[in-house]
Write a protein that binds this ligand. Structure first.
Ligand code: AMP
Length: 194
């Protein structure tokens, strides 16, 4: 199985690149942000609770997102592999993901980490907010809060994956195609090793 953690701050291009990667490598895309937004759209209790936090740019509790990923992994046991987009975001989530994949007799192949400057992130998210319909994409203060949450709780995961020799930084500036081609270059290296 090819299991990729696509890592990076909000607005780094994880969603766009995930869609291109799943098409090319026939992987299952697991985005906790997308799953949460579909819970909100369906009006579930979980969605309503998560919305309160998401609208403020705060992470939802680990137990909620880990439960969502567990059920998606169970539903896709025969996949070629997975792209984790926006998950894990805390060390507890990263540990839980290792355990869940271990149960499926597989593991993370690589963490591809998109690097983009904060000011560029804010510009990109505000631009996306013009038609994404996301409340958390339209207010610069909330966007800054999301970046703060990322720097405090998520960025340290680079060390977690580095300790497993799985951390690969990729510079996220340039066109979508240029970045995609860099990501594919890294995936090809992994495919050769497997
Ligand atoms: P995203 O679409 O990945 O930018 O996520 C949007 C929002 O959903 C985040 O600001 C968090 O409030 C919540 N969220 C998404 N994924 C996670 C996660 N893995 N852990 C905690 N909160 C999450």
């Amino acid at each position: 199985m090819l299991n990729i953690v696509l890592f990076g701050p909000p607005g780094a291009g994880k969603g766009t690149q995930s869609h291109k990667l799943i098409e090319k490598y026939k992987l299952v895309h697991l985005s906790t942000g997308d799953i949460l937004r579909s819970e909100i759209a369906a009006g579930t209790a979980l969605g309503m609770e998560a919305k309160q936090l998401m609208d403020k740019g705060i992470l939802v509790p680990d137990v909620v997102v880990i439960g969502m990923i567990r059920s998606k992994l169970e539903q896709n046991k025969n996949a070629n592999g997975f792209i984790f987009d926006g998950f894990p975001r805390t060390e507890a989530q990263a540990k839980a993901l290792d355990d869940l994949l271990n149960e499926l007799k597989t593991s993370i192949s690589v963490m591809l980490a998109l690097k983009v400057d904060d000011e560029e992130l804010i510009k990109r998210i505000l631009h996306r907010g013009q038609d994404s319909g996301r409340a958390d994409d339209t207010d610069a203060l909330i966007i800054r809060k999301r970046i703060e949450e990322y720097n405090a709780k998520t960025a340290p995961l680079a060390n977690y994956y580095n300790a497993q020799k799985k951390f690969v930084p990729v510079y996220g500036s340039g066109t979508v195609e240029e970045i995609f081609s860099k990501l594919c270059g890294e995936v090809e290296k992994i495919n050769k090793q497997q």
